[in-house]
Design a protein around this ligand. Sequence first.
Ligand code: ADP
Ligand code: MG
Length: 715
Amino acid sequence: MSGSDPLAAGPPPEHEVKALLREAGVAVPRGATAASAEGVAAAAGGLAPPLVLKAFGPGLVHKSDSGAVRLALAGPAEAAEAAAEMLGGLLAQGITPDGFLVEEQAEAGIELIVGVVRDPGFGPVLLAGLGGVWTEAMRDTAVRLCPVSEADARRMLASLRGSRLLRGYRGRPAADMDALVKLLLTIGGAGGLWERLELGEFELNPVIVTGRGAVAVDARYIPDDRHREAPRPAPAAEADFTALFEPRAVAVVGASTNRPNFGNMFLEFYRTTGVPLVAVHPEADEIDGVPAVPTLADADADYALIAVPAGRCAEVVRQADGIPFVQVMSGGFGEAGAPELEAGLVRAAREAGTRLLGPNCMGVYSPRGGQTFIGGEPGPPGHVALISQSGGLAGEVVRVGERRGLAFSRVATVGNSADVTPAELLRWLAVDEHTSVVGMYLEDPRGGRALFEALMSVRGRLPVVLLVGGRSAQGRRAAASHTGGMVGDDRVWQALAEQSGAALVTGQDDLIGVLSFFQSHARRLGAPGAGPVTGGSRGAGTDGDPALLVIGPSGGASVLAADVFDAAGLSLDALPEEAKSGLKALGIGVGSSLANPLEIPVGPRGRPELAREAIAAIVARRPYPDVVAHVNVQSFFTYGSSAEPLYACARNLAQAQEDLPEVRITLVTRNGECAPPGVEDGVRAIAAGSGIPVYRSMESAAVAVAAAKRFTRGA
Ligand code: ADP
Ligand code: MG
C-alpha cells in the first residue's frame, strides 16, 4: 500500500484494498498494476496465466457493468490487447480509468460474498452469503455482530440456504470450510480487520472457495467516518444499583397540595409499600399526610422521583447532591424533539453526582425494597428482573406475570436511557444475588453495541429474554449502502440473540412464559441467585442436549405436539430400547408401538400415577433433560365431574419433579378453558410447589423449552 494514510484520499482502489487484505492474512490473487494500457504487458510479466484484467478509477464501482473486467487472458500480450479495447470502451462511456489491475485468475469454485457494514444501532456487522449473481437473486445471507466467534462463523455458513453447495453436491468437492471460517474470523473475528475499518462499506464479492482454499478476487472498501459516535461520558465507575431498588427513603418532587397529579399518585403507591417517604414542596409542610421539605437538597433519601414539567427538571436534579439515584418521570425530552433539554438533564445529574433513570419513564418496582410504580399491594419478592423501555408494558408484565406465578426481584423502566442504560443495568443484575433471570423490553437499538457487549458478558451465566418492539419498522431504517440494505434490524436482533444465547420472543405472553420457565427451573439451569440444585448437579452431561420427551394422551394433539417441538428445533429422540420392557410392565404400549411423544391414558379414569411411573422408567435409561407432560383438561370435565383426578395428575407430576431433580418437567394444560373457574389456578399452584411451569398451549411450552436449551448451550 502506498502513502502514509491510505484512507485519507477517498475510496482506495481495488489493489490497495487487496494489499490490506493480504497483510491481514486473507488470500488474494497475485497481481500488478499499470497506469496505462501500454504498461499492462510489462505488469503482467511475472504472473501465471490465465490472467484477469480490470480497470480502476472514479466511476468504476461495479466494473462488470462498464465492461471493465476481462477474464481468461492467455498471457501478457493478450492482456495488453484487452486493455486497449477496454480503454476504448470506457472512454466511449465517458469513464477515464486511473489505471489497470492485471492479476492471476483464481480456480473456479463457489462464489460467496463477505462484507462488513455498520448498523446504525449495533455498529459493525459481518455478512456472508452466496455471492456473485446469487447475492441479489437469492438474498441468501447471514449476519452476525462483530466480533464473531468460530462457532458463530460456522453457524452462519450452515444457516445459508446454499450451504448444501458448500458441503459438496453432484460430485463436486466440498468447500474448504476451515479456510472459509478463517477468512470470516480474519475479517470479523476478535482483533479482525473490522476493528481497523472506518465504515462505510466493506465488501469482498466474490470470495471464491474451492476444496483447497478461499480467495478474495474482488474487494471494495468505502471508508466513511460520519457515523462515528461521540463516546458518551462514562460514569466514573460501574454503579451499585442496590439503593435504587432498596432505597432507605424515597423523595417525591412535584406532588400538589390541591390538584392531585402523578406525584400524588406515587405518594399513594409508596404508602402501600411502606417505604420511608418525604415530599418536596416549596411551601407545604406536608402533602397527603407525607412530611414535606422545601427543596430536594433538604431531603434525606436514596431515590428521588421527579414529576415536574420538563423545563424545570434539570434544576431539581442539580439539587440531588447526596441522593444516589433520581428518576425523571416527565416526558418532553429527546423523544419529543428536545435533545438539548435531555443533555442538560444528564449534565445536571453529573454535577450533582447522582445517577439518572429516564427521563420519560415510570420508575422502579422491587417488592423487596418497597419500590413501586404500580398501584395496589406489591407482589411477592422473587428472582425475576425486568428492564423495560416502556413503563406501561412493564406494569402489564409485572401484574400479568404475578398472576401467572412470577415473583420479581428488580424491575426498572428506563425511558429514554439518557444516563442509566439497559446494558449497565444488565451487567449489574448479573452480580445481583436476588436475580436469576432477566426479561428486557426494548424498542430502540441505540446503544445496541453496548447492549451486545453486556449480553455477551453475561452469556451462559444469566438467562436473558428479549422482547423487541418495532423490529420491522427499524429494518426500513437500515443503512442505505448495498450490503447495508440487506441487513435490516430484525436480522441483527436475531443475530444478537443467536450469539449471546438470549431468547428473542415475539410477544408479552412468551416473555412471561419463558421467564416463568427460568424461574421454575432456575436451579436446574444453574442460574445465579438460585442456589445449588437439590439432590444433584445441573443436569450433568445433558446441557445443550436438544432432546425432549413428550408424554400425554393419544390422538391428534400428540401428533401436533411433535410438529410444534420440531419447528422449535427440539428433537423428540426415540425412546431407549431398554426402557420398553418397563413401560410394557406398566401396561403402556402393549400391542402398539412405543414412541416419543409417548401416548398414555390420561384422563378422569386413568391411573394418575402412570405419567410419573413412565417418566421414571424412561429417564432411568436415557437422561432427557426436558420432559413435557400434557393433559387434555376438557376430557376431565366431559368424562368426569370433579377436579380431583386432574389435581391427582398434577400432584404426581410434582412428585416426579421432586424425585428427578435433574430433569426439567413442564406441564401443558390443553383446553384449560373447559375447567370450572379456579381449577387451572389449583393445578398451577400444585405444579409451582415443585417448580414445574405450566402452559396452556404446546406452542408456548415449546418457546420456553427452546429458550432454556439455547441458554444451556451457551453455558
Ligand atoms: P465487479 O466490480 O463487477 O464486481 P469483479 O472484480 O467482482 O467485478 O469481477 C467480476 C467477476 O469476475 C467476479 O464475480 C468473478 O467471477 C470474476 N473474477 C474477477 N476477478 C477474478 C480473479 N482474479 N479470478 C477469478 N475470477 C475473477
Ligand atoms: Mg465483484
